[in-house]
Design a protein around this ligand. Structure first.
Ligand code: PRX
Length: 660
């Protein structure tokens, strides 16, 4: 590819005169931004229903309009009641009908550098989606059915999701780096009829197989057919009558498939996520509300204009991948890029090579990736022309000031707004961040509630906190349109987890936050959920996996701070009779890899004699967290076994000592 000429970048941000690390949009940025008048916040707050109603009308194509914009029976609520639409129609057909079928929709970059990228226009993608929708129909998938998708970052993952949306089936995408055991749990819970998978994918130059690893678990599920995307040349075993090649099915499928007219409130997808127990929750997202939020947050947060290219580096197995590689960009009709492989393969500058090659306009990634790049050093960036980037985004975990500044200065050339977006699997789309044309952009500060939504901080008793001392982050009604509508087959969990803290009219986020300059600074989870390299994991799930081993009596897993990954799990294990050994440690780690996947691997297994417990027998994980953070543990006299503390402190000290 010929070397591109460096383009002159317009000045997009200016530094606050009074505050060293506070930035504002430049006049040029304000001029190009969809929104630069901060009056939008007050106008939306005065009448949030009218705000969202207008957004839904302006951004989304409906087959039938709603007869009521919002209806609440706390803790349940509906948006766009009585309306019908189709998400795949909104993402594809309407752009083709508007004469933009030849616009590029998707760019797929394979990991092997000698392989050609695959590029799809909106017309091409519509054809593939319609064909695959017909394939699903031919396999007996009907409106309301669940389809499991266990695919890596291949174009087929978007095609499969949009094909499900087209026929009104719910997709349930499972992160392909999760283990087959975790896939099994999710397939069983969702009662998926069909599973879409690939024979494998490339990662750091290696062929990672998927299908053959999944075969042993399929018998325990209700999966009748497995559609396999062929990524490799090698033959694999297919079970006759059950397994089918994607490529064979698609050849003969008709490219005509009318989109189903779906009720706005019908479930578009289920996405399993970790909560405070060992069992993942199937978060339910509706169609109309979710798509409205996906469209508007993509457009306003990232200031996406026609022809622009967003590269959101999240895997499709997470909500960020759903909303900002797929539904958001396609509903807007812009270009989206997905990349199959590792960020530093074959060399450390792979990401920046991709940015330069395709002239990425919006780059959206996680703090862990930023810290990793910062550690590698900026010299790899200097080799590439990154001047196409207009907006930088970050998501998934709190970002520290050093990482934010590194990102801003090196990737954004001190010239692009950094949009720190706070949100969750449950919220479907972003909720708290600065808008590019309004600002300010401040390291570690996410910003304000998205127009038309409202968040506040509460103390334990439910009293609002105004100062900067911090509190629990909650959302007030009317709830954002993209919010979860329930937990699949588990209404009790929905009630308990989100509405059990402050009542049925206050959504509890499980995050702590405080105000800084009047904006939200998110401090992190206050429950037993860990964010490991931005991945959401429950301590209970890791504990269950370890306790599965016959030699383990009990175990407590807590997150420990890590300079790259944000947090990493550390396990405190009490054995039955056996002696600690390296071999046993390895076996316990393998239990975790088998049950969840390599992402959840504990950094360390500490064999201890006892765990700190309250009088009622509850393990005091908080105490263990403090020890790992080298903080004072405070009063331990109320423990059932205060004598355990000294021994635990020694074990932690030895570990921390050996870790440095
Ligand atoms: O703790 C918050 C953290 O990620 C959690 C949600 O994780 P998940 O459902 O996997 O969704 C991640 C992608 C949206 C939140 O409860 N989190 C997310 N974004 C931020 C964040 N913490 C700090 N700053 C953020 N920008």
């Amino acid at each position: 590819m010929p070397k591109l000429k460096k383009t002159k970048q317009p000045k997009l941000v200016v530094r606050d005169k009074g505050k060293k690390n506070m930035f504002w949009p430049s006049p040029e940025m304000k001029k190009r931004a969809w929104i630069s008048d901060k009056g939008i916040y007050d106008a939306a707050a005065d009448n949030p229903l009218a705000f969202w109603e207008n957004r839904a009308r302006e951004g989304i194509s409906w087959f039938k309009e709603w007869n009521k914009v919002y209806e609440a029976k706390p803790p349940y609520f509906k948006w766009f009641v009585g309306a019908t639409l189709n998400a795949s129609y909104n993402c594809l057909d309407r752009h083709v009908e508007a004469g933009n079928g030849n616009d590029v929709a998707l760019i797929w970059e394979p990991e092997p550098v000698d392989e050609e990228p695959r590029v799809f226009t909106y017309s091409m993608l519509l054809e593939q989606v319609s064909k695959f929708a017909n394939v699903l129909k031919s396999l007996g998938v009907r409106k309301g059915d669940r389809v499991g998708i266990y695919l890596p970052m291949l174009p087929e993952v978007h095609i499969a999701m949009l094909a499900c949306a087209r026929i009104g089936a719910m997709h349930s995408v499972v992160f392909s780096a999760f283990s087959p055991e975790s896939l099994k749990k999710r397939l069983i819970d969702a009662e998926a009829k069909v599973l879409i998978i690939s024979d494998g994918y490339y990662r750091r130059g290696k062929k990672i197989t998927l299908k053959e690893r999944v075969d042993p678990i399929l018998g325990e599920t209700k999966v009748r057919n497995v559609v396999v995307v062929k990524r490799f040349k090698e033959a694999i075993e297919l079970q006759q009558g059950r397994d089918l090649w994607w490529q064979d099915l698609i050849v003969n499928a008709s490219p005509d498939c009318a989109p189903e007219q779906m009720d706005s409130e019908s479930t578009l997808f289920i996405l399993y996520t970790s909560g405070t127990t060992g069992k993942p929750k199937g978060i339910l997202h509706d169609t109309g509300g979710y798509l409205t939020q996906a469209y508007w947050t993509s457009k306003l947060n990232f200031d996406l204009h026609p022809g622009e290219l967003i590269w959101c580096t999240a895997d499709i197995g997470w909500i960020t991948g759903h909303t900002y590689t797929c539904y958001g960009p396609y509903s807007l009709g812009v270009k989206t890029l997905i990349y199959e492989g590792a960020p530093d393969f074959p060399k450390e500058d792979r990401f920046w090579e991709i940015v330069e090659k395709y002239r990425v306009t919006v780059f959206y990634t996680a703090p862990t990736a930023i810290r990793m790049f910062a550690k590698i050093g900026a010299k790899h960036l200097k080799k590439h022309d990154l001047s196409s980037i207009r907006i930088l985004g970050t998501v998934g975990e709190p970002i520290d000031e050093a990482a934010w500044m590194w990102y801003f200065e090196n990737v954004g050339n001190s010239n692009c707004p950094v949009i720190d977006t706070w949100w969750q699997t449950e919220t479907g789309g972003t909720l708290i961040n600065a808008l590019p044309g309004i600002g300010p952009f401040i390291p570690t500060v996410a910003g304000k509630s998205f127009p038309g939504t409202k968040h506040i901080l509460l103390d334990e008793e439910g009293k609002e906190v105004h100062g900067d001392s911090g509190g629990y982050l909650v959302q007030l009604p009317p709830f954002a349109p993209g919010m979860l509508r329930g937990v699949y087959k588990n209404p009790a969990k929905y009630l308990e987890e989100y509405w059990g803290h402050y009542g049925k009219e206050i959504y509890y986020t499980s995050d702590g936050a405080r105000y800084e300059n009047g904006f939200f600074r998110i401090t992190g989870r206050v429950d037993d959920v860990m964010k490991v390299a931005g991945h959401r994991l429950s301590t209970a799930e890791v504990e269950n996996a370890i306790e599965n081993h016959a030699f383990v009596s009990e175990c407590a897993v807590v997150p420990m701070e890590d300079s790259i990954k944000g947090h990493v799990p550390v396990a405190f294990v009490v054995l039955k009779k056996s002696e600690p050994s390296e071999h046993l440690e390895h076996e316990l780690v393998q239990e975790v890899v088998k049950a969840i996947g390599p992402t959840a691997k504990p950094k360390e297994i500490l064999f201890v004699d006892d765990l700190p417990k309250t009088r009622s027998g509850k393990i005091m994980r908080r105490l263990l967290r403090k020890m790992l953070a080298k903080k004072e543990v405070g009063d331990t006299t109320t423990l059932q076994n205060p004598e355990s503390v000294e021994h635990l402190q020694k074990a932690v000290r030895d570990f921390l000592h050996s870790d440095h």
